[in-house]
Design a protein around this ligand. Structure first.
Ligand code: HEC
Ligand code: HEC
Ligand code: HEC
Ligand code: HEC
Ligand code: HEC
Ligand code: HEC
Length: 325
């Protein structure tokens, strides 16, 4: 045998011996016993805590959130999809709260060609005009519930009862005062709900509270039917202090619920078109300060400055009350 071949074979044999001796030190016993499958890994994996804990884990400590979530339409979207894996929480710190809701929510809801329609989809640019989705939607219960009060009142009876209201809201539902609201042509379901809210104390006003407390349920229905049926004289009041053009740009953020020009998009929510500007300003300031409570309006009004509010009021006050948009 030539010398160099002999050296080569001895080198290979030497390395083989070293490898066989080293193996038990470098790998676990079960290595390669069943081919590539490593039997010990099963017990190792089982000993690890699961990274995802499921929603039931959260229930014990965040019971209010959990109840809200499980009653709403997002119960197929588990907590950890939005908040990340809960392994080690709360011992190792808080879970993150998603900062950019648009990024999070559009992952599932942005309309795209070919995306299955099993989850509702929106045209993002038109739907929310760049606002965070959480301004209007509660992520734990995202459906915007419009509690629609049925109105089947008697407008003629309502007209008689409305004599008591005329001093402030006008004989024809058009108020004589800049800070008292017009009622003519307002949505009936909204009128019935807001009168019931004054009556129950959910909504408070020095003038309205005692008056509404004196109304029976049937009278509320009759008054709502009466005022909703009045034609609003579309005579925009004296021009308001704000800048209506600037208000129009801001009003894009309100269109989903109040319609493009304040004509209303949902009968459960108030129309704003041709409303008294002073009243609009007061109402928006009350929402912003938390004096008037509504979860949707609280989110929307939080970021408005006094100038924004004046501009919005000027815009809506100048719109035609006959608009249905
Ligand atoms: C053993 C009780 C416990 C469990 C179980 C638990 N949490 Fe928490 N969580 C806490 C505590 C305590 C805090 C800190 C609260 C604080 O400091 O305001 C917290 C904070 C959070 C926060 C941040 C709140 C904030 O205001 O910054 C989020 C989000 C959160 N948890 C989500 C979850 C989710 C999702 C689950 C289920 C996968 C879960 N938690 C399970 C106790 C728990
Ligand atoms: C669709 C995504 C989503 C799901 C599912 C979800 N969350 Fe949240 N969660 C959010 C967002 C977004 C916020 C921030 C809310 C905001 O900015 O108003 C938040 C806020 C929170 C907070 C902070 C508390 C607060 O009020 O500020 C807690 C705690 C929390 N979530 C717990 C849970 C638990 C528990 C579950 C499951 C039962 C859950 N979340 C499911 C998106 C989600
Ligand atoms: C992981 C995917 C996913 C994410 C992320 C998600 N959603 Fe959803 N969402 C769904 C599914 C699925 C449904 C439909 C549930 C059903 O109908 O049973 C739904 C339903 C809705 C609905 C309709 C509710 C109804 O009943 O009409 C709204 C509104 C909504 N989501 C808003 C949001 C918002 C806002 C966010 C961000 C905070 C968000 N979603 C994040 C999957 C998601
Ligand atoms: C200005 C308020 C507002 C903002 C901001 C907003 N939405 Fe909505 N969204 C609404 C209203 C109001 C409805 C209910 C419309 C209806 O009942 O027809 C709705 C409905 C939905 C629906 C249900 C659509 C359907 O076909 O059932 C989804 C999904 C949704 N929004 C997702 C989002 C997402 C994602 C974002 C953030 C990119 C977002 N929304 C931001 C007001 C808003
Ligand atoms: C003393 C003056 C006064 C009288 C009388 C009066 N109101 Fe009012 N009304 C007001 C004021 C002021 C407001 C605005 C309160 C606020 O800002 O919350 C209001 C608000 C309302 C609203 C809410 C309008 C909206 O757009 O949200 C309704 C509905 C209403 N009144 C109906 C009536 C009815 C029905 C009567 C007769 C039974 C009546 N009011 C009598 C002063 C009056
Ligand atoms: C997600 C739906 C939603 C959006 C978006 C929204 N609103 Fe509202 N708004 C409501 C609801 C619901 C009410 C009735 C609240 C109540 O019952 O007290 C309301 C009431 C009001 C009122 C009181 C009207 C009255 O007759 O008393 C004013 C003013 C108002 N909104 C202005 C705005 C403006 C301005 C914007 C945009 C910056 C806006 N809203 C965006 C849902 C919305």
């Amino acid at each position: 045998m030539p010398k160099h071949i002999f050296r080569l074979v001895s080198l290979i044999l030497g390395l083989l011996v070293v490898a066989i001796i080293a193996k038990p030190f470098l790998t676990v016993d079960s290595f390669y016993r069943f081919g590539h499958y490593r039997a010990n890994s099963v017990t190792e994996i089982a000993a690890q805590e699961p990274v995802l804990q499921t929603a039931r884990y959260c229930e014990g400590c965040h019971s209010a959130r959990h109840a809200q979530w499980s009653a709403g339409s997002h119960k197929s979207v588990t907590c950890e999809i939005c908040h990340g894996a809960a392994q080690g929480h709360p011992q190792n710190g808080k879970l993150p709260i998603p900062k950019d809701a648009v990024k999070l929510c559009t992952q599932c809801h942005e309309a795209m060609p070919g995306r299955p329609r099993t989850q509702p989809q929106i045209q993002v640019a038109q739907h929310s005009s760049g606002q965070q989705c959480t301004v209007c939607h509660n992520p734990h219960s995202p459906k915007i519930a419009a509690a629609l009060v049925k109105v089947a009142g008697d407008a003629a009876a309502g007209k008689q009862r409305a004599a008591a209201c005329a001093s402030c809201h006008g004989t024809d539902g058009i108020s004589p005062n800049d800070t008292w609201p017009n009622l003519a042509g307002q949505n009936a379901a909204y009128l019935a709900r807001i009168l019931a809210a004054y009556k129950s104390g959910d909504q408070k006003d020095v003038a309205m509270t005692p008056l509404a407390q004196a109304l029976g349920d049937a009278e509320i229905q009759n008054l709502a039917a009466y005022y909703a049926g009045l034609g609003c004289k579309s005579a925009p009041g004296k021009s308001a202090a704000g800048d209506a053009a600037a208000g129009k740009a801001l009003a894009k953020n309100c269109a989903a619920c109040h319609g493009e020009t304040g004509g209303g998009s949902n009968p459960a929510w108030p129309k704003l078109a041709a409303q008294k500007p002073g009243y609009l300003v007061n109402a928006l300031k009350a929402f912003k300060a938390g004096l008037r409570k509504d979860p949707m309006m609280a989110g929307v009004s939080r970021g408005l400055s006094d100038t924004d509010i004046a501009n919005l009021a000027a815009y809506y006050a100048a719109q035609s009350c006959q608009s249905t948009k």
